[in-house]
Design a protein around this ligand. Structure first.
Ligand SMILES: Cc1cc2nc3c(=O)[nH]c(=O)nc-3n(C[C@H](O)[C@H](O)[C@H](O)COP(=O)(O)OP(=O)(O)OC[C@H]3O[C@@H](n4cnc5c(N)ncnc54)[C@H](O)[C@@H]3O)c2cc1C
Length: 541
């Protein structure tokens, strides 16, 4: 029997990979194979947005990457990323932002004109279906990806928007208005029937019946097969053993910002010292593979909430059962979304068109992990009403690394997050804590916001705040940059996402972002898949 040769083999069915598989197979002209290490992810835990918290720690849905211990930081830091069809878009918080024109125009100005906002805005418009009343004219209405605005309204939540306006932020009917700071109701990758709109459900599922598209799940790609400096296929492990599958045109890595560089390094493409130490023969020396890893650091400050019960009591006992029943009867209510109710995009450094801080504001407050560990039966939320501001640093300067430690795909990689590698990041986050506090003192919030619970008002001086930030800061799980676009000496891929020096090999996922976007990364990852497909099909003639 002759083995099928696929025109395109895509490794990883995540945010980017599912979009890519859809777009490359839509014409029917090309044979496309999509290979995913995880399973099909067709479960209610994935589909019901609020069930997201129940998936944590479950290896069916998540990879877990231990982070290299760092002095001052709590031990045992682990980054979770999604596994199975949809990848991290099947396991994320569904908070939907597109990134700003300045992000994409910055990539274009750095020598990659393919990624200008003009191009990317056109792609988002084709991808999205957003029908909010105040939709900006750049929003798409009829694309495959349904985006909805969070429906929850209450006096306290309305006041959180007023407080932003009092601080000088524009009030936005559409939080995805390009090129402005602002505050408004959050949008989510949740469809109009209250189901998670993962890249699987939005893009891949409708394409599954195409005869030219094959999807392999539970199939772990071990490496890219090279013939001299050309990618000719992949080595893949399934329950039936290990085999080579051939690619006629291209192999495309969409395995995410931690695993695409891993696969390049396992294939002998990467920094010579990393490959040698791991016992992998060097096929192509490339310093930038696994370097320049960035994440959005974030923290949450919580406060007592007055004159509003908030959500803390809603997710246990009979109330939780009522919400679940309501969800199944109407596809509405608290189980139909998960991200914070309100989003604010702010600038500490004064650019009115390009935020450097993002807030997510919601009427809930979490117990500390120590409290949860000591008494897990009481759930993750505090007993008394609370309100939380989740604050994300959007333009970090520190960069970390991803390195293989052996030639075996099943061995853990070393991930060095290098938090505060650039001390300016810590100083910036101290300013962010003060910004959250200033926001919470705005007059509109006076009737609702009481004392600060975490970290508490006694943490005052810059030194105290900096110390607290060591344990208060957590990963944004927005890893980018580890196979970044750039030149031959400082990048991994060019503007068309072709790996420098290797024919027939591209990387298409968050790892190619030269600089992290000013917002969450799922929307940008999907648009990278969409735009990359255009570039790949142009190159294929
Ligand atoms: C817990 C969590 C919450 C988040 N919340 C939000 C949010 O609310 N909003 C937002 O915009 N972003 C959020 N993000 C970030 C966002 O979801 C990711 O940045 C984005 O989905 C990454 O897309 P990707 O295509 O680069 O990789 P992924 O979507 O991670 O896809 C990579 C895929 O490759 C597969 N794979 C890896 N290695 C192999 C191999 N060797 N063989 C075969 N398959 C392989 C993986 O199983 C996975 O399916 C969150 C992320 C996480 C993890």
């Amino acid at each position: 029997m002759t083995e099928t040769v696929y025109d395109f083999i895509i490794v990883g069915a995540g945010s980017s990979g599912c979009v890519l598989a859809d777009r490359l197979s839509v014409s029917g002209k090309h044979k496309v194979l999509l290979v995913e290490a995880g399973g099909r992810n067709e479960t209610e835990l994935v589909n019901m947005p609020r069930a997201f918290m129940k998936m944590f720690g479950n290896p069916t849905y998540f990879w877990h990457f231990p982070i290299k211990p760092q002095a001052g930081r709590p031990a045992g830091e682990v980054w979770p990323y999604g596994r199975g069809l949809g990848g991290s878009s099947s396991t994320n918080g569904t908070w939907y932002l597109r990134g700003m024109p300045a992000d994409y125009d910055g990539w274009a100005a750095a020598g990659h004109p393919e990624w200008s906002w003009t191009e990317i805005s056109r792609c988002f418009q084709a991808m999205e279906s957003y029908r909010g009343e105040d939709a900006h004219p750049t929003r798409g209405r009829d694309g495959p990806l349904q985006v909805t605005q969070l429906p929850y309204r209450s006096p306290a939540i309305a006041a959180t928007i007023e407080a932003g306006v009092e601080m000088g932020l524009p009030r936005l009917g559409d939080i995805n208005t390009p090129g402005t700071l602002g505050i408004g109701y959050t949008q989510a990758s949740v469809d109009r029937r209250g189901r998670r709109a993962s890249s699987y459900r939005a893009f891949l599922k409708p394409a599954l019946s195409r005869p030219n598209l094959t999807v392999l799940t539970d199939a772990l790609v071990e490496k890219v097969e090279l013939d001299d400096k050309r990618a000719v296929g992949i080595k893949v492990r399934t329950a039936n053993g290990t085999r080579i599958i051939k690619a006629g045109r291209e192999v495309i890595l969409s395995a995410g910002a931690l695993q695409s560089p891993k696969l390049l390094q396992l294939s002998g493409i990467g920094p010579v010292e990393v490959l040698r130490a791991a016992g992998v023969a060097v096929q192509h020396s490339m310093e930038a593979v696994g370097r320049h890893l960035a994440d959005h650091a974030m923290f949450s400050l919580s406060y007592r909430l007055h004159n509003d019960p908030g959500f803390n009591r809603e997710f246990s006992g009979w109330r939780l059962m009522t919400h679940v029943a309501r969800y199944y009867l109407t596809r509405k209510g608290l189980m139909a979304y998960t991200s914070p109710e309100v989003t604010a995009l702010l600038s500490l450094h004064g650019r009115p068109d390009w935020p450097d801080v993002q807030f997510g504001i919601g009427p809930f407050s979490m117990r500390s992990s120590a409290e949860i560990k000591a008494d897990p039966g009481r759930g993750a939320l505090e007993a008394k009403p609370g309100i939380t501001v989740n604050a994300i640093a959007l333009r970090p300067k520190s960069r970390g690394t991803v390195s293989i430690r052996s030639a075996d795909i099943t061995d853990q990689i070393e991930v060095d997050a290098n938090w505060w590698g650039d001390p300016a990041d810590k100083a910036f986050m101290v300013e962010m804590v003060r910004l959250v506090r200033r926001y919470m003192r705005q007059p509109a919030l006076k009737p609702f916001v009481g004392e600060e619970v975490v970290p508490g008002p006694r943490i005052e001086s810059d030194e105290q705040i900096a110390e607290v930030l060591e344990w208060l800061t957590s990963p944004g799980v927005h890893a980018t940059g580890s196979c970044r676009m750039g030149g031959r000496s400082d990048g991994v891929v060019d503007g068309r996402l072709r790996v420098h020096g290797i024919q027939g090999l591209r990387v298409v996922d968050c790892s190619v972002m030269p600089v992290p976007p000013a917002g969450n990364t799922n929307g940008p990852a999907m648009v990278i898949g969409w735009r990359a497909a255009e570039l790949i099909l142009q190159d294929a003639g």
